[in-house]
Design a protein around this ligand. Structure first.
Ligand code: HEM
Length: 207
């Protein structure tokens, strides 16, 4: 069986550090938010782990960023073909129909990944939005909450520390839901481990 190389090493390293980090950030976030209701660890420990991991994932984000920008692959892989809008919308609908119905009756996945076009259209818009907008916003609001004085000018620009808290908490809810959906979708390969193994080895079997 032919294998295709989908995930280069920097992407795999970034992805798994990010995945483990996100799970711990979500859990320590729960502890920080619900001090009196949750007893996973002390408030101080949760804040310390959360802050350290925040900086580790900030550094980790640059692995993804530098790799995709300097190889020019960001534009090929992450940017949807907005110059062919009708075709793109049609392919989104085709992919959504597959997830909602076709997959249950054994239809073939309409998207066949290749290294330069590895995401289906729905993955492409969601990953683009997550990597280019939501993760940077979560990092920036996290920095504001970490030191509201140091980042005072940005805090007042967005309307105060409550606004930063609101955005950071809303994205915490979003990412908690995302991990569940993302994990489910990651198990929908030919076998439940096909995509997950590929994210470790880089290679996926071509079917
Ligand atoms: C339980 C944790 C996780 C598992 C098992 C998992 C699994 C996977 C797998 C199998 C892929 C490759 C298939 C695909 O492209 O869909 C992937 C890609 C990806 N995942 Fe995850 N993931 C996890 C957590 C996360 C988290 C927390 C984020 C971000 C918030 C994330 C963001 C991404 C992105 C952006 C890609 C595309 C990477 C690229 O090829 O450029 N994942 N994930």
């Amino acid at each position: 069986m032919k294998k295709i190389y989908l995930h280069p090493l920097p992407v795999r390293v970034w992805h798994w550090i990010n995945a483990i980090g996100f799970i711990i950030l979500i859990l320590t976030g729960v502890q920080i938010r619900f001090v009196d209701q949750v007893g996973l660890m002390s408030f101080e420990t949760a804040v310390q782990i959360h802050s350290w991991l925040g900086f580790i994932l900030l550094a980790n984000y640059f692995i993804w960023f530098v790799y995709y920008i300097f190889t020019g692959k960001f534009f090929k892989i992450y940017i949807p073909p907005f110059w062919k809008p009708v075709e793109f919308i049609k392919s989104c609908i085709r992919q959504a129909k597959y997830y909602a119905y076709g997959i249950m009756i054994g239809d073939e996945n309409p998207h066949h990944p290749v290294p330069e076009n590895k995401f289906n259209p729905l993955q492409q818009i969601s990953y683009l939005f997550i990597m280019a907008v939501l993760i940077p916003v979560q990092i920036i609001t996290g920095l504001m909450l970490w030191d509201p004085q140091l980042f005072g000018s940005v805090v007042s620009l967005i309307g105060g520390i409550q606004v930063a808290t609101l955005i950071h908490t809303a994205l915490w809810i979003f990412f908690s839901a995302f991990i569940i959906v993302h994990f489910y979708l990651a198990t929908l390969g030919v076998t439940p481990m096909t995509h997950i193994k590929a994210m470790f080895t880089g290679y996926e079997d071509e079917h």
